[in-house]
Each structure stands twice: as C-alpha cells, then as structure tokens.
Ligand binder design. Structure first.
Ligand code: ARG
Ligand code: ZN
Length: 884
C-alpha cells in the first residue's frame, strides 16, 4: 500500500448515483467579483440503488438558499458536499442559489475571467466550482442557460446549443437564453461572455443540413482565425466521409482564450481553445503551430461524437473518449497530409512524441494503465498514457480487424451507445462483436490487458535461417517490466506488422500467395513463426508503421539496419533503422564511458539520405535528427543527463562537420519561393532548410567561420514567415552564437505585443542546449523579466516547464540549483494554479533512475515540496507517488 495523505478513489468502487438530474435551468448574473447563479433542477431518485441522502458537489461557493418544490429544506455542508437528508422519494424540483468569484479564480477551473471576459472550464470537476451539482459524467441533463450581464462590457453572451432568446434589460444590461437539446454531463457545460468578434461561415453538409460555424476571438485577432476555420470545415467533411458522423447542431462555436490550462475543450457546441491552439498567421505561427492547430481543432470537433454523444461513465474511462479521439485526429492529420510519404512523416512525429513523453511516464513514478485503477486527483490523469498510448491501443484494434472492420465496429458502438455514458469494455465489445472471428474477437480478454497493465512491453525478436530446409524461424518474446503497484504482468496481444528483405533489399514472399507483408499476432510470452522457401538469411522488418507501442529489441547488426534504412518499403522502419544506428552508437559510448565517434558507414548513410533524389525533405529532416535525450535516457538503467547531453552534442557536431558541403547544398536547394502556405511539401522544405542552417551555424562555432552565423542573422531579419524567422533565431541561439543576443533582442522588440510569440521567445532560451550553466542562469534570470508571470499558463510553461521538463542538461546540475528552482516554482505555482503546478511537478517522475549526485539532490527537492502542509491534492499526489 502507498502511504500518504490524499485519499484515493478506486475504479472498482463505482456506484450509480442515488439521484439523477434530468433538466437544469441555470441563470447567471455575471459580475467579475460576485456572480449570482440560480439553478433549477428536475431531480429523480435512482431506484436502482438504495434510498439515501442527496449529496451535491460544491467548491469555493457561497450558498444562498436551497428549495425543494418551492420550500426551504434543511441541509448541511460536509467538506465539499452539500447534503440534503430529506429529499422526496418522488421526482422533485430543486432550486439552489449561490455566488462565486470569477476574478479570484486563478486556478482557471470553473468560471473565471481572462482579459476582462468570462470563460469556463468544467472538465473534469469544474462545474462544482460554479454551482452545487451531481458533478459526475454519468449524470446527464438537458440545460437551458440564461446569461445576464452589462451590455457594453460583455456584448457577446454564449453557452451550449442554440440561442433561443435575447434582449435588453435595465441598467445597461442585456440577456441571452441558450438551450442545448442534447442531454450532457456537467463537464461539457460552458459559458463565454465578453467583448469578442467572430469569423463566420455557413456550411451545408453532405446530409443537406445547414450550419453556422463561428470562431470567436478578441478584437484584433480575427485575421488569425482563418486556419482554424478551414481546419474546422475540413474536420466536418472528414468525419462524415470516414465514419459517417455528421454535425448535429445548427450552430458550432469555437472560442479562444489566453488563460487556459490545456490545449482546448470540447464543450457541446461551444469549444473553448487556448489561443495557442487556435490563432495562426504566417508572420506569427510556425509550420508546427499550423499543424498542431489543425489537429486540435479536429480533436475537439471529433469529440462531439466520441466523447459527447457517447461519453464516459466515470473518469477511469477517460481513454474511452481521449484515446479514441486522439486516434481519430491522427488519422485525420494523415489523410490531410495526403501522399504516402507525408502520412509517414505524421506517423513518425506521433511515435517520436510517444517515445519522448509516454515511454518515460510508463517507466516512472506516475506509471498507470490506460484505464487507471485509482486516483487522488483526476486532473493528474489527463496524461500521455491515457491520450497517446490510448490512441495506440485504438490503432491496434484497427490493425487487428482492418480499416473496414474498425469502421463497422464504430458503427455498432454508436448504434448501441448513442446518448449513453459507457466504459472501455463497451467499446471493446462493440469492435469485437462487429468483427466475429477476427484476431481481436478471439483474443479479446488478452487484448484488454492493454487497458489494465501499465508499463511498456519489451518485445524481443530473434531469427534463424536454415539453409538446408530453406526456412526462416522468427522467435518473438514479450515481457513487461514491473511498475508501481503492478509487479507481475501477463502477456498482451501485440500485432507485429512485418516483412522480410533479402540482403540486397528486395522484399521476399512470406507465403504461397506471395504476400510481402503480414501481421503476426503475439499473444503469449513466447511464440515462434516459420516462413518457408527462404533461400538466404533475410533481414526482418518488424513492427512496421509502429504497429504496437512496445520497445523492440531485434538484435539487428548495423549492416542489417543499413539494408532496412535504404530499402524497406515501410517508411517508418526506414526512419527507425537510421535512429537505431545512431542510438546504438550513442548507447555504446555511454556504456563504455568513451567519447562518441560516429562510424564512417553511419555518416555515409546519412549523407545518402540527405542527398537522396527521391526522398521527401520532411522525411530527410526527421531521419537526420538524432534521437532525443529523454528517449536515450529510457534505454539506460542509470541515467546521467550530462553524459547523454555530451554524447548527443558530440554526435551532432560530427554530423554538422562531416556533411558540411551537403548541408550547404541542402540549405540552398530547399528555399521555398512564393507566398507562405503550411502544406506538407513546403513545410518539409522549410524544416530541412532550418535543420541545415542550424548545422551550419553549429559547425561555424567550432571552425570559427563567421559566414553562416551572418547568413542566419540576415535570414532572421529578412524572414517573411515565423517558421524561417524562428528557425534562423534558433540556429543562432542553439549554437551559442554571438549574434544570438542581438537577434533575441530584436525579436522581442518586434513581437512584444504578441503574447504567443513572446512565449516562443522564452521557450527558445529555456530549451537551448546547455553550455557551462549559461542556459540555466539565463532562464533563471528570465523569471524576473517584466513579461514573465506564473499567472498565465502558457507563459509559465514556456519558461519553467521548458527548462525543467525539456532541457535535461540545463536542469540536472551537480550543484542541485535546477532542483531548487523547480521546488520554488512548483510551490509558488501551487498557490495560484494547482493543475499547472502539478504538471511541472512531474519533472521529477524519474528521479530514482538518476546517477549520483543528481539522485539524492532530486529526492531532497521532492521531499521539500512534499513537506509543505497545505499543498493542493494535485501536487500532493505527484510528489507522494514520486517518494513512494
Ligand atoms: N477534454 C479535453 C481535450 O482533450 C481536455 C480537458 C482536460 N481537462 C483537465 N482538467 N485536465 O480535448
Ligand atoms: Zn480530448
């Protein structure tokens, strides 16, 4: 058992609520200092469970009155619950009046103000900070919302659903009434009120229905909403075409807000977005921003079906909607990318992200299954495991039943569960039932271990060629390491998409039918697969397109990896082979404690990629980027962040200098002419040109040449889009060039009024490769910069999270100053915004694998945070798990 003071909520303790709330009539008298909320609810006793008191959730509220069927009743307040003992057995009307204080709500959960407007964030448990309610996702009600506010300060009044009435009131106030015909859980409720403007578009869907799409932002940001609107329209078209899922509301609204805890939120008909996930113009947003906005707009839109129409019974089922919706947005992004090569680039980026963030989570103190078993604070479980590993689980369903089979499974899922709050088991059953006899349906219980077991499975593959028998025997074995609270793991279902190549790179037939690719389904600890008619020792290409979220050890030699890198028909595995070659070198040097030297064969292979006449620039950029430091750390039992950093820097320097002429040619050959568009082809060219430039500036640093830093500075000044401008700036900053300082100054002066760009300015400096402690010193000094504040989550992340979570070499210092900084920031942040504090607290998840002296110093810093008595539940759960 875990020790600690935060009580845990357990998945297996789920019980239906004692009451249902079927209808809600909410009235808001909006005022930043004191907003009055009147809630009239139709309540019904749930006869499926024993009669008990009505317990409503409520936090940070000021209760004014409670009426049942018009008369006052006795009640008591127990912690965060309002308890009414004498609720009638029959249906009744419950009326509650309370106030809350939006302007003091720095936690940004519930109703809060930002830039003088009102916004809400209710997922997961924010609604209880607005009014007393059964704030749990299985209680679904039909909402009518009346908003009343000062007409000049808050001309726009929005809530979920359709506008049914509006008009003037006395004293310069006005009102709007919104009604949402779809029953929904309280976490999907939303209100926005303020001085906003909208980009509008009317669209007609395939089904012939007309809809009004609106993107609301602050005055002045309107020209930055075009990309979001286009992404929204593309998402609508895609969901109807791919899954037959149309928009079900007349009006669909998207709103941007600068102070927001996450990317965005799928409130029914009224999605609310962090401006960083919504606003883009060529001058202020990079290609990566454009791409991210497209995928988040799509993600929230897709939630309308996978999340809203069918929602979660309880929060343990979060991946039911999140894993599925991430899978859907990934599929959408790939379809939007178009060409096979551009699709592969999307896939590689997703996998790189998974390995950099989810793999460490799965092997650290916070490791948890895709469907967690317990939590103290649900906000701590909006994790990359629930989201990204959850999406990989959904992808494996599709791999096991095929694309058509998966679509049939989705269809059955909606037929069965539209309008319901369900579980991951219900989803699994629908996909399996629609595909009887499939490798999924016949192994469903084993497959579902993906939901219950934490940890990244290790897959070992060894092949043996029998020349006399002309057979190739492939032995696959799996093992999942222990994670906190889960010692013994059972075998999981691992779909291994694979092919065999001869040593010249030609694809071999795997069976009599001549197939060159197949899916091996591993469902035991060890299994053997035999291929016939194989004349000579083949090179196996396993786990194509990353067909399962596992760590693969295929024991391949460098020679075999070179064959894959040059010839595999699977672009993902071509990329992976190159990464493995680099990783092998780096790990070898680290384990031997020797300086890293790249082999001539590796350098020539990389040169071959860089100069290849047919490969896409975007693919080249990915292939020529070395594995990340956090992914390298994952391969080691004891982690010395400084040694890893030194090895990666050495590899980079060698690649920079050995390929210097090729980088020059690549830089010159990949200049994009004409106006800016964020399409895959031109963004790929920009990415490769930026990588080349950064290599050339880096190499100039060691060779003492001044030409390339000068060129980078010129390009930085003249750039016509943010991708090129930031790329050139990053080249200077990351190489520690002398021109970095004037460039940073100029960049700040140019963009001082654009918060999202200033976030980039902070992040770039906090993420720069550490040299002699200078990056850390600079980042620490930036906390005193007039533009820095912990109150804005984007700004806090841009500096504090960038340094503590994304710059291991600057953070892990022998003098422990990074850990002291971390503890100070977490404690300061916790008093303002526990959700953000707890994200930053996760920088210490993996302290126990650190080498000394880091390990002891890190533990001390975590203990110091844990010793604070009035810590939020959010941060307390993280530091207690870290110390357990
Ligand atoms: N459902 C939102 C999304 O994935 C995220 C909400 C996260 N909320 C939270 N309290 N962590 O689009
Ligand atoms: Zn989501």
């Amino acid at each position: 058992m875990r020790e600690g003071t935060s009580p845990l909520i357990h998945r297996l303790d789920y019980q239906q609520p004692a009451y249902w709330i079927r209808k809600v009539d909410l009235t808001f008298d909006l005022d930043p200092a004191k907003t009055l909320v009147t809630s009239k609810m139709q309540v019904e006793r749930n006869r499926a469970v024993p009669h008990g008191p009505l317990r409503l959730h409520g936090e940070e509220l000021n209760l004014l009155r409670v009426l049942i069927d018009g008369s006052s009743v006795s009640f008591r307040q127990e912690g965060h619950e309002l308890v009414i003992e004498g609720a009638p057995d029959a249906d009744f009307a419950l009326e509650i009046r309370n106030t809350c204080c939006p302007e003091k709500n720095t936690a940004l959960s519930g109703l809060y103000t930002s830039g003088g407007s009102f916004f809400t964030q209710c997922e997961a448990e924010g609604f209880r900070r607005i009014t007393y309610f059964l704030d749990r996702p299985d209680v679904m009600a039909v909402y009518t919302v009346t908003l009343r506010a000062d007409a000049s300060r808050y001309p726009i009044l929005l809530s979920n659903g359709n506008l049914t009435d509006s008009g003037r009131l006395d004293n310069g106030r006005h009102f709007a009434v919104w009604s949402d015909p779809f029953p929904k859980p309280s976490y999907l409720f939303a209100v926005v009120a303020g001085d906003l403007v909208a980009r509008e578009q009317r669209v007609r869907t395939r089904a012939g229905k007309d809809h009004l799409l609106q993107v609301y932002v602050r005055r002045g940001d309107l020209e930055k909403t075009e990309h979001a609107m286009n992404s929204l329209i593309a998402s609508m078209v895609w969901d109807e075409a791919r899954f037959g899922l149309p928009l079900d509301l007349e009006r669909f609204m998207v709103v941007g807000v600068s102070d927001f805890n996450m990317g965005a939120m799928e409130n029914k008909g009224l999605n609310i977005f962090n401006t960083s996930a919504l606003l883009a113009s060529p001058a202020t947003a990079t290609d990566a921003d454009f791409h991210r906005i497209e995928s988040i707009v799509a993600h929230e839109y897709f939630h309308n079906w996978t999340g809203n129409r069918v929602t979660c019974r309880d929060w343990f089922q979060l991946s039911l909607k999140e894993g599925l919706t991430v899978f859907r947005d990934q599929e959408f992004s790939m379809d939007m990318a178009g060409t096979p090569s551009a699709r592969a680039v999307c896939r590689i980026q997703d996998v790189r992200q998974l390995r950099a963030l989810q793999f460490p989570e799965d092997s650290g103190a916070m490791a948890h299954p895709v469907r967690p078993d317990s939590y103290a604070e649900i906000n701590n479980f909006y994790t990359t495991t629930v989201y990204e590993k959850g999406a990989e689980v959904v992808r494996m369903y599709q791999t096991l039943v095929g694309r058509k089979g998966f679509e049939a499974g989705m269809k059955l899922y909606f037929e069965r569960h539209d309008g319901q709050a369900v579980t991951c088991d219900d989803f699994a059953a629908a996909i399996a039932d629609a595909n009887p006899g499939s490798p999924l349906a016949t192994r469903l219980d084993t497959f579902k271990r993906w939901y219950s077991q934490a940890g990244t499975p290790r897959l070992t593959a060894r092949g043996e060629h029998d020349a006399a028998a002309r057979t190739y025997t492939l032995r696959l074995a799996q093992h999942t390491p222990a994670t906190p609270g889960q010692g013994d793991k059972q075998p999981q279902v691992i779909p291994v998409v694979m092919g065999l190549l001869d040593r010249h790179g030609a694809a071999l037939a795997l069976n009599a039918a001549g197939d060159t690719e197949t899916v091996l389904v591993l469902d035991q600890a060890e299994q053997t697969f035999v291929f016939e008619n194989i004349d000579s020792e083949p090179v196996p290409s396993l786990l194509r397109d990353f067909s399962a979220p596992v760590v693969l050890d295929d024991g391949l030699s460098d020679a075999a990896l070179l064959v894959l890198m040059r010839h595999d028909s699977d672009a993902f595995n071509r990329w992976e082979a190159g990464q493995r070659l680099a990783l092998n070198r780096i790990l070898h040097a680290l384990r031997a404690g020797q300086p890293l030297v790249l082999s001539p064969a590796f350098i020539e292979a990389m040169r071959g990629v860089l100069n290849h006449p047919e490969l896409d620039p975007a693919f080249k950029e990915l292939a020529l980027t070395l594995p990340g430091e956090s992914y390298i750390a994952e391969q080691l039992d004891v982690v010395d962040p400084q040694a890893i950093h030194a090895a990666v820097m050495a590899a980079q320097a060698q690649l920079a200098s050995a390929l210097r002429d090729d980088w020059i040619a690549a830089f010159e050959a990949h200049q994009v002419q004409g106006g800016y568009t964020p399409d895959p082809a031109s963004s790929g060219k920009r990415a490769l040109a930026n990588l080349a430039l950064s290599m050339l500036v880096l190499d100039a640093r060691s060779s003492g040449d001044a030409v390339w830093p000068g060129k980078a500075y010129q390009r930085f000044k003249d750039a016509s889009n943010m991708t090129d401008r930031l790329g050139a700036l990053a080249a200077l900053v990351n190489a520690g060039a002398e021109l970095a300082a004037p460039a940073l100054e100029r960049f700040h002066a140019l963009f001082k009024d654009d918060a999202l760009v200033i976030d980039k300015w902070f992040a770039l400096q906090a993420r720069a490769p550490e040299v002699d402690g200078r990056v850390f010193a600079r980042a620490k000094a930036l906390t005193k910069h007039p533009d820095f504040t912990l109150r804005n989550p984007n700004r806090a992340r841009s500096l504090v999270a960038s340094l503590c979570m994304f710059n291991p070499a600057a953070f892990h210092r022998t003098d422990a100053a990074g850990y002291v900084f971390w503890a100070d920031q977490v404690l300061a942040m916790d008093a303002i915004n526990p959700q953000i504090a707890s994200r930053i607290a996760r920088a210490m998840d993996r302290w126990s694998v650190l080498a000394e002296p880091y390990r002891s110093a890190a533990r001390e810093a975590v203990a110091r945070v844990a010793a604070k008595p009035d810590l939020s539940t959010d941060v307390r759960e993280i530091v207690e798990r870290a110390l357990a």
